[in-house]
Write a protein that binds this ligand. Structure first.
Ligand code: ADP
Ligand code: MG
Length: 374
C-alpha cells in the first residue's frame, strides 16, 4: 500500500449511486471533497448530490476508466461489481479496497470458506450444484434449511426457507437455475452486527454492537447499544476475519444469536451497511464519515463514541404512504429519504433514527406506528 492523503477539492469516485453512495457523497462533501458517481440509473439517489455523474452500466469499461481518470481515489457502495474488472482497474487507479475482498465476499460460497479458514463460528453449510445434492443436504443438515444463491442476493432476495419435503420444489427450482449454498435454518433469538472501519495504515475502529430485527429477511429495526453482552466476543470474531481479508474503509459483519447465546457469523458487507445508519446522528463520526476518511488516506479517530442510544427504523415502499404525513409532527425522528423515484413494496426508501433515553419505550411506540405497514 502506498500512502497518500486527499486534500479538499480532490475528487472521490464512487461506483454505485444508491442510498449508500448518496450518504458517502454527503460525508465526502462535508470534508471538502468532490464526488463522481457511476450508476446505470439516470434517477439514482446519489446523482443529485454529485459533482460528476457518469450514467453507465457497472460493467462499462470505458465508463469505469473515465471514473478512474477523474478521481484521486475510487470506492464502491456495493460488492456486486465484476471482480475481474475491478482487478484491472486496481492496477491503473487508486482503489485502496482492492479487488480480492469483493471477489471473496460477493460469492456466498467463498465467503463461507474464508470464514471457515479464519476459524470463526458459522452455521453448517453445503454447496448445492445439482438437485441430487439435496439428498446429502437432507441427510447432513436436515430440515429446516435455507437455500441462498451464491451470487447477487440482498435483502432476502435469492433465498428460500425449506421447512419440509413439501417445499423441496422451491429448492429444486433454485438449484436448476443457478448455483447455491444451503445452511441450517436456525431458530434465532436475535441478530447483531458490528460495523468497523479500517484505515490504510492498518488501524481498525469499531462502532458499538448493533441489535437488528429482520422481518421477511429485510432489516426492520436497529437498536444501539445492543441489549446483549456479546460485543467483546463479536469484535474477537471480526479480528479473526481481518487477519484473512484485506479491508480498507467501512465494513460490517452480521451475526446470528441463538437462544443459548451462541454467536454465528452470518455474512460480511465490505461497505457501509444499513445497520450502521444510526451512526449519522448517534455517534461522533458516522460510518460514512469514517469510510471517506479511510479511503481518503486520513487517519481515523482513536475510538468511535456513541453519543446517545438510538433506534433506527427502515422506511420501505409500503411504509411511505402510511407514514410520510407524520414526519412533520415528529421533530425527534431524524428522517432520511433517499430520493428513489418509485415506491416499491419492500424497497428501502429511507429510514428514521431516534435518539432515545428510554429505548424499550420508544421501541414499543415505533412497533405500534409501523404495524399498519403490512
Ligand atoms: P442478505 O444478503 O439478503 O442480507 P442474509 O444471509 O443476511 O442475506 O439473510 C437475510 C436474513 O434472513 C438474515 O438477516 C436472517 O434474518 C435470515 N436468515 C438468513 N439465513 C438464516 C439462517 N441460516 N437461519 C435463520 N435465519 C436466517
Ligand atoms: Mg444480510
Amino acid at each position: 500500500m502506498t500512502y497518500y492523503n486527499l486534500k479538499p477539492g480532490d475528487m472521490i469516485g464512487i461506483v454505485g449511486g444508491g442510498q449508500l453512495g448518496k450518504m458517502m457523497a454527503q460525508s465526502a462533501q462535508k470534508m471538502g471533497f468532490k464526488v463522481a458517481i457511476l450508476d446505470p440509473d439516470k434517477q439514482c439517489p446519489a446523482q443529485f448530490v454529485a459533482h460528476e455523474f457518469i450514467n453507465a452500466a457497472f460493467s462499462d469499461e470505458s465508463a469505469l476508466n473515465q471514473l478512474g481518470e477523474i478521481s484521486k481515489v475510487v470506492t464502491y457502495e456495493f460488492e456486486n461489481i465484476d471482480s475481474k474488472q475491478l482487478e484491472t482497474l486496481t492496477n491503473k487507479y487508486n482503489i485502496p479496497q482492492g479487488s480480492q475482498t469483493v471477489a471473496l465476499l460477493q460469492d456466498r460460497l467463498t465467503e463461507k470458506q474464508t470464514l471457515q479458514s479464519a476459524n470463526v463460528n458459522i452455521v453448517p453449510f453445503l454447496e448445492l450444484k445439482h438437485r441430487q445434492d439435496l439428498e446429502e443436504v437432507i441427510e447432513t443438515i436436515g430440515f429446516p434449511f435455507i437455500i441462498k444463491t451464491r451470487f447477487g442476493g440482498y435483502d432476502g432476495k435469492g433465498q428460500s426457507v425449506i421447512k419440509s419435503h413439501d417445499d423441496l420444489n422451491e429448492a429444486i427450482d433454485m438449484v436448476e437455475n443457478t448455483t447455491c449454498v444451503v445452511e441450517k435454518y436456525l431458530n434465532l433469538n436475535k441478530e447483531v452486527s458490528i460495523t468497523a472501519t479500517r484505515d490504510i495504515y492498518g488501524k481498525t475502529v469499531y462502532f458499538p454492537l448493533q441489535e437488528n430485527e429482520h422481518r421477511n429477511q429485510i432489516l426492520y429495526k436497529t437498536v444501539v447499544p445492543a441489549r446483549l453482552n456479546l460485543e467483546e466476543q463479536a469484535i474477537n470474531e471480526v479480528e479473526k476475519i481481518i487477519s484473512k481479508i484485506h479491508f480498507v474503509g467501512t465494513f460490517t459483519v452480521e451475526f446470528f444469536v441463538t437462544e443459548d447465546e451462541g454467536l454465528y457469523v452470518n455474512e460480511i458487507a465490505p461497505r457501509p451497511h444499513n445497520s450502521g445508519h444510526y451512526s449519522i446522528e448517534a455517534c461522533e463520526y458516522s460510518q460514512f464519515d469514517t469510510h471517506i476518511m479511510a479511503v481518503a488516506g486520513w487517519h481515523l479517530p482513536e475510538q468511535i463514541n456513541l453519543l446517545k442510544p438510538a433506534i433506527m427504523m427502515n422506511l420501505l415502499g409500503q411504509d411511505m404512504e402510511h407514514l410520510q404525513n407524520d414526519f412533520s409532527d415528529h421533530p425527534d425522528w431524524h428522517v432520511h429519504i433517499y430520493g428513489k423515484t418509485e415506491n416499491k413494496v419492500n424497497r428501502k426508501m429511507g429510514h428514521i433514527t431516534k435518539l432515545s433515553s428510554d429505548i424499550d419505550k420508544d421501541e414499543a411506540i415505533f412497533n405500534q406506528i409501523f404495524e399498519g405497514r403490512k
